[in-house]
Design a protein around this ligand. Structure first.
Ligand code: ZN
Length: 449
């Protein structure tokens, strides 16, 4: 097992153990002496290195209002000069301050932020797979010649593309200097038929070519199509369902794509777009191979496993049950302690019928604070709620009803490890379980209280 540590500006070293999945299992608290600082504007520098020999890399500088955080109950003030916080690093590279009481984490930033660009494509009825001159285009050039981006989503351009890479083009008037290291490009186009802006596809693992590649083609001006970017083929695709771009406009942006032909965005927006496209495909019975590819792109962006089958589950019902019980732990404890093997399959909550097992699982997730029972990870969803999974100790096929003594609440990584790793259950009763998993021993409470 490798060791990592995070360092604070005063050289305070916090060892954090990281398992193979980069999930921390230890939290360390840090004291901040505020005697000589302004606690309303405290700057926290975070560094990390994968081991003690490696050079520290700067994750970022974060401005915190410590007093506000104390007031909100996120931090504890121990004396007039000492504030205590606990840090945790999670699998996605996010840095959280973890608080003493049962309260939400504060999301500070991301180690692995890679740049995202939204780039403009001129509209093409052939889905950017064949040359197309747009008669409705406003620019004279585009009225005369097909844009080089005409071939962006033709992934098998003869003599240009290979198994690994696809080559494309977008117009820029200013060099995209912040993109020299590459990243993700999301393509935007104005659909001139429907008169709406659309997000049409993605290129992942993009690099900008020093020297554009030219391909002979009589369709294009001077008989050549030009390609200025290269992307990884397995991270790139034309979205089966174009998405309304309007949704992704932030209040600060009057137009989605700048006049230079592209705009920089945060990685969040790319993740949101990919996730929305996945949900559209899930709801619209999209093709399996398209879903699988999008899932790969999502996992590449987030370093998180995306459980599609969980998405397929009726999220609405899950949300309704969460809302019904989130503030009522007493009711949860009472319900979970009175589960009977022969109860009805169906159960009524606030006048609506639900599957009893779904209710049990949601109640357990709330009771366990949506935290992994092995590593305490919580995964925040874009809507502010949390994502966590329920793992069966004995496979569901061997048991009847879902009961708290058979369910562990786990993060996706530990769920997979639990299901596929080398598991040996050493002790197991209604209140607790002791097991070894890939040679490590865990004691986990199953108590409902
Ligand atoms: Zn975990």
């Amino acid at each position: 097992m490798s060791k990592s540590f995070i360092r604070l500006p005063d050289d305070y070293k916090i060892p954090v153990s990281v398992n193979d999945n980069h999930v921390t299992e230890k939290q360390r608290s840090i004291q901040i002496d505020i005697t000589n600082t302004n606690p309303h504007e405290y700057f926290l520098n975070l560094f990390w290195a994968k081991d003690k020999q490696s050079e520290l890399s700067h994750i970022g500088k974060f401005k915190l209002n410590l007093m506000e955080m104390v007031k909100e109950g996120y931090l504890r003030q121990e004396s007039s000069s000492i504030i205590r916080l606990i840090m945790i690093r999670t699998g996605t590279g996010d840095i959280y301050l973890r608080l003493n009481k049962k309260s939400p984490e504060i999301h500070l930033g991301n180690i692995n932020t890679r740049p995202v660009m939204l780039a403009n494509l001129s509209y093409n009825i052939y889905s950017w797979r064949a040359p197309y001159i747009n008669p409705k285009a406003k620019h004279e050039y585009a009225n005369k010649f097909p844009g080089h981006e005409s071939l962006n989503f033709n992934f098998y351009k003869n003599g240009i593309d290979c198994d690994k890479y696809v080559h494309g083009y977008f117009q820029w008037t200013n060099d995209p200097v912040n993109f020299k290291e590459g990243g993700t490009v999301i393509f935007y186009s104005m659909n001139t038929e429907k008169r709406i802006g659309e997000i049409v596809g993605v290129y992942g693992g993009v690099s900008i070519l020093d020297e554009p590649i030219r391909m002979y083609s009589e369709d294009f001006e001077n008989n050549e199509a030009i390609f200025s970017i290269r992307a990884e083929k397995n991270l790139s695709m034309l979205f089966p369902i174009p998405m309304k771009a309007e949704k992704y406009k932030t209040t600060s942006s009057s137009r989605l794509v700048g006049q230079t032909g592209y705009s920089y965005y945060k990685e969040d927006i790319a993740i949101q777009i990919i996730l929305d496209q996945i949900k559209m495909l899930v709801n619209g019975n999209g093709r399996k191979d398209e879903l699988t590819k999008l899932q790969k792109i999502y996992e590449h962006l987030t370093n998180e496993i995306l459980n599609i089958s969980e998405l397929l589950m009726n999220n609405t019902e899950e949300n309704e049950l969460y809302e019904a019980f989130k503030n009522d732990r007493d009711a949860i404890v009472k319900d979970l302690n009175s589960l009977e093997e022969f109860d009805d399959e169906q159960v009524e909550v606030k006048g609506k019928k639900y599957k009893r097992d779904l209710k049990t699982i949601i109640q357990l997730k709330i009771l366990r604070d949506y935290q992994c029972q092995i590593c305490s990870t919580r995964i925040r969803k874009s809507n502010g709620s949390f994502y966590i999974e329920a793992a069966h100790i004995k496979p569901k096929s061997l048991r009847g009803r879902e009961t708290p003594d058979n369910i562990l609440i786990l993060c996706p990584n530990h769920h997979k490890e639990f299901d596929y790793g080398s598991l040996n259950i050493l002790e197991h009763d209604e209140d607790q379980i002791r097991f070894s998993l890939n040679k490590r021993i865990y004691d986990i409470s199953l108590k409902v209280e």
